[in-house]
Design a protein around this ligand. Structure first.
Ligand SMILES: [Zn+2]
Length: 283
């Protein structure tokens, strides 16, 4: 352990000396893409945001990292000319709730989330009380705004134990939170109530509720449709089957990681969830 610490210190110190490394968000800009009338996908650093604008005010699904707050606010202003009235958090991870406090303080936004999101954020001393969801729910809620009916529903243990998906009925736009990492292996937070089988079941449930015209703003990755969501489900099931087979053959985790998944899944590996890490989760 000591050796590891020393090594990582040595590796870190030169980085700290470089001003360019001080803020990894410095170069990030918020991009917007109108996916339906007055509904936008915003991307920057962290989870993708859904923005709904209209006569009832701005409604956001998720708000990325705290460092992005002012840039998100500027983009909201550019697109809608307004402040943010409501924010819905799909789950408690920092790349989805990080700007809560800024918006609560500067826009007086009201924040909504599943009960477990507030519970987990309350237990995090570094998270300011002002940014906690003020209104929480157990199974779901419905917003009637901007000429749409917005269904928010909790799904059982999957990515975490407090996941919600949001569906705009008229516009037919779904934000499934981190129950979709489009074109990449997902992070499943096993330490925060996540569950691989539950995750797969939730993805099946969401796919059963949508149609070929549904526009999907994934938690991570590019804009998606139903066919792409199905490809993601196929990947989940088949990679799980591959790891199950290796386990049944008596392979240890290390042996399974050395053998790896079949080549067809190479493209799904990315910086955060590499093939090795995905195998660890499945194992
Ligand atoms: Zn997440």
């Amino acid at each position: 352990m000591r050796k590891f610490l020393l090594t990582s210190l040595v590796a870190t110190l030169p980085m700290l000396a470089l001003p360019a490394a001080a803020d990894k968000f410095e170069e990030v800009t918020i991009e917007h893409n109108e996916v339906a009338d007055n509904i936008y996908m915003l991307s920057g650093a962290g989870g993708n945001i859904l923005l709904s604008a209209g006569e009832d005010g701005v409604f956001l699904v998720d708000d990325q990292y705290s460092q992005m707050a002012k840039r998100i606010a500027k983009k909201v202003q550019e697109v809608s000319g307004e402040d943010v009235r409501y924010i819905l958090n799909t789950h408690f991870h920092g790349d989805h709730v990080g700007s809560n406090t800024w918006f609560a303080n500067h826009h007086d936004s009201t924040i909504f989330a599943h009960d477990n999101v507030r519970e987990r954020l309350s237990n995090d001393d570094s998270f300011a009380a002002a940014g906690l969801p003020a209104i929480t729910f157990n199974s779901g809620m419905t917003f009637h705004l901007n000429n749409d009916t917005v269904h928010v529903f909790h799904l059982p243990a999957g990515h975490t134990d407090g996941d919600s998906a949001v569906w705009f009925e008229n516009a037919n736009v779904l934000h499934p939170g981190d129950l979709l990492f489009n074109e990449r292996f997902p992070f499943i937070d096993l330490k925060s109530g996540g569950d691989v089988d539950g995750y797969i079941a939730n993805v099946e449930e969401l796919i059963s509720r949508i149609n070929d015209d549904t526009v999907i703003i994934p938690g991570h990755g590019p804009l998606a449709n139903k066919a792409e969501y199905q490809s993601f489900l196929t990947m989940l099931k088949q990679t799980k089957a591959e790891v199950d087979t290796m386990k049944q053959q008596g392979m240890t985790l290390d042996e399974a990681k050395t053998k790896g998944l079949s080549d067809q899944w190479n493209d799904w590996s990315w910086s955060f969830i590499t093939e090795e890490r995905w195998i660890e989760t499945l194992y």
